[in-house]
Design a protein around this ligand. Structure first.
Ligand SMILES: [Mn+2]
Length: 430
């Protein structure tokens, strides 16, 4: 039976050391927000109710196409990964669900379910993999999968996605995320229209296998591994897919899958407006699909994305429940620390967005007062909401300072003794 790896006594002892300073910071922020007619308790409750899923592949060290430098105590399989995910949730109280990747995480569904339940975890969207080959695979995905020119290869990719739905249905997941690496490296190599047609037909087959209460998310990415053209390259194509497939199909926005300087928050707004926003893969980037930690490079952009989400929430949009997931590759940090930090940054952006005075912003927009409209956003963004995040964690049994508490627990050192050093290799960047 799986058990929680961090003792709640340790969390209590560590929180106790910070209690007075935290209380004083929280009260000071409460007084500041009260002057802006904002009730801090209300915001703290909203922050506590906000969750983001962690990717199973994120707790192992990632890599680049040049090399991978594994850390110590690397998870040996899905059950170790779930243990690590539980540590993140125990300290942050913001990551109760894990997103699995098949076949990397393939295991007996009941065992997956039992192990996760014992750790207080559930499962978010399933992820299929038709961008790499497994040793026992009959047809290669070298030249594509769902859009492949060969019917047998397409069928194999369709079957794999249906298997992901079946595993997901058995463990309580409610969505399938499909990202394909299909595309071409040379002009002329592939017929744009024909390959997109084949992709749509394949996706329609998968769509037919969705249970009634499931959603399917298609994920766009402008380039890589195909460098000349990609079948699902941008949000416009993604919208066409969701629109063509039907009401259970939605677009997934991975923040790193856009050209630098793309106005991602505007894409989010468009997809919300036309009811096709399915969810997110949060991460950050400087140059491309860097898969850096959320909020580490452009925290203001992350805030602006959440500004659109909170705006939709504020307008009381019906049936609006996008999935929030992290998709990162951790190359130089302890992956658990990166995911703790990222979960906090994502919650921070949400909490800051809750502080926007939306009524005033609406008036500034109507009056074409660009300066004050911009300032209404900046005022919320400038507010240091850390005491709210810490209080939300503390009230739920998490840590006031989760990374410091994680280090004090020596979890990494302990599992390093139990788990032999892993060999370099393995994927995990999507
Ligand atoms: Mn992704």
């Amino acid at each position: 039976m799986a058990e929680l790896k961090i003792s709640s006594d340790l969390i209590a002892v560590e929180n106790d050391k910070l209690r007075n300073a935290h209380k004083s910071d929280y009260e000071a922020l409460g007084a500041q927000l009260a002057r802006r007619n904002i009730n801090i308790e209300h915001i703290t409750q909203k922050a506590a109710d906000f969750f983001v899923a962690v990717p199973s592949w994120g707790v192992g060290t990632g890599g680049t196409r040049f090399a991978r430098f594994p850390g110590t105590g690397e998870p040996r399989g899905i059950f170790d990964k779930l243990d690590d995910c539980a540590v993140i949730h125990q300290l942050t109280r913001s990551t109760p669900n894990v997103s699995l990747h098949i076949p990397w995480d393939k295991a007996e569904p009941q065992q997956l379910k039992d192990h996760a339940a014992a750790l207080g975890l559930g499962f978010d969207a399933m992820n299929s993999n038709t961008f790499s080959d497994t040793p026992d695979q009959q047809h290669s995905y070298k030249y594509g999968s769902l859009s492949h020119t060969d019917r047998a290869t397409r069928n194999q990719a369709i079957e794999h996605n249906i298997e992901c739905i079946e595993i997901g249905a058995a463990i309580g997941s409610k969505a399938l995320t499909v990202w394909v690496g299909d595309g071409s490296n040379f002009p002329g190599q592939s017929n744009f229209a024909k390959s997109f047609d084949r992709y749509l037909v394949s996706m329609a087959e998968i769509y037919k296998s969705l249970p009634d209460d499931w959603r399917i998310f298609s994920e766009h990415k402008m380039y890589e591994p195909a460098f000349y053209s990609t079948v699902v390259q941008d949000w416009g194509t993604n919208y066409l897919i969701a629109q063509t497939l039907g009401p259970k199909a939605f677009c997934l926005v991975d923040l790193g899958h856009h050209a630098p300087n793309t106005n991602i928050e505007m894409i989010v707004s468009r997809l919300i407006q036309f009811k096709k926003l399915g969810g997110f893969h949060f991460n950050d980037s400087k140059y491309g699909d860097d898969d850096l930690d959320a909020g580490s490079i452009e925290p203001y952009r992350l805030f602006l994305v959440f500004n659109e989400l909170v705006d939709a929430e504020h307008r009381g949009l019906k049936d609006f429940h996008p999935s929030h997931m992290i998709d990162q590759s951790h190359n130089v940090t302890d992956p658990i620390e990166s995911l703790i930090s990222s979960a906090n940054e994502i919650r921070r952006a949400y909490t800051q967005a809750l502080l926007v005075d939306r009524e005033a912003l609406g008036h500034y927009q109507d009056d074409n007062d660009a300066m004050m409209a911009s300032d209404a956003l900046k005022r919320a963004y400038r507010t240091d909401v850390e005491p709210i995040l810490a209080e939300a964690r503390r009230q739920a049994g998490g840590a006031i300072d989760p990374i410091a508490t994680y280090r004090t627990s020596q979890y990494r050192q302990k599992i390093s003794n139990e788990r032999p050093a892993s060999k370099a290799g393995g994927g995990g960047i999507i």
